[in-house]
Design a protein around this ligand. Structure first.
Ligand SMILES: C[S@@+](CC[C@H](N)C(=O)[O-])C[C@H]1O[C@@H](n2cnc3c(N)ncnc32)[C@H](O)[C@@H]1O
Length: 195
């Protein structure tokens, strides 16, 4: 799998573009900057945007090629981000140290384990911003995993984030325009929650 992502990120193009995900942008622009974590952040479009707003950014991905592209994007934007190459399950940050965690299209085989592992790094009162494909995305050919088990349902996310004090999760049909791999009408879930 890691190999697949290194291959995808090998070209000079930014696969999902250099601009942040629109839902993430809308949410982060309305929060007071603090410390934010970006698991599975790929080529850095969201992390770099947060850094330009004054957030102290930590990010990681298991693709080394993603790391290289993200650092290149941060240099172009003259911001600094702390970016590591690691697997979600091995990620290790100080407990309850982040004001926000952004989970943008993080589709893995260990969804619940991964979400709960990452929540330990969020401060009480910290927020989660998540966008991902819903199970209905299987009907569309506009991006995301081809296995239903890797697509999300509202019930699964409610269960993963059951410890959150405030939680809103909803489904939307949107027209994605985030590079060739996220392009066209798509069924997505959006989550915003406070721990
Ligand atoms: C669809 S891309 C999204 C990238 C980024 N969040 C964005 O929105 O531009 C999914 C990313 O998850 C990473 N990834 C998948 N499973 C992972 C894991 N177990 N540990 C770390 N990264 C992982 C991939 O390398 C890839 O960069």
């Amino acid at each position: 799998m890691k190999h697949k992502w290194d291959e995808r990120y090998a070209s000079n193009e930014y696969v999902y573009g250099i601009h942040p995900n629109l839902f993430f942008k809308d949410k982060i622009e309305n929060l007071k900057p603090g410390k934010i974590l970006f698991p599975a952040e790929g080529e850095g479009r969201n992390a770099v945007f947060a850094a330009t707003l004054g957030w102290e950014v930590s990010a990681f991905d298991y693709s080394h090629q993603a790391y290289k592209k993200a650092l290149q994007l941060s240099t172009i934007n003259r911001v600094s981000i702390d970016y590591s190459v690691c697997n979600i399950e091995e990620s290790d940050y100080e407990k309850e140290s982040f004001d926000a965690i952004a989970l943008i299209y993080m589709h893995t085989t260990n969804r619940q384990v991964n979400h709960r592992h990452l929540l330990q790094f969020l401060k009480p009162g910290g927020v989660v911003i998540l966008e991902a494909f819903s199970k209905e995305q299987i009907k569309y050919k506009t991006g995301g995993p081809k296995e239903v088990s890797k697509l999300f349902s509202i019930a699964e996310l409610e269960n993963d984030f059951v410890e959150m004090k405030e939680l809103s999760i909803w489904q939307e049909t949107v027209v994605l325009n985030e590079g060739d791999l996220h392009f066209g009408e798509a069924a997505i879930l959006r989550l915003f929650g406070k721990k």
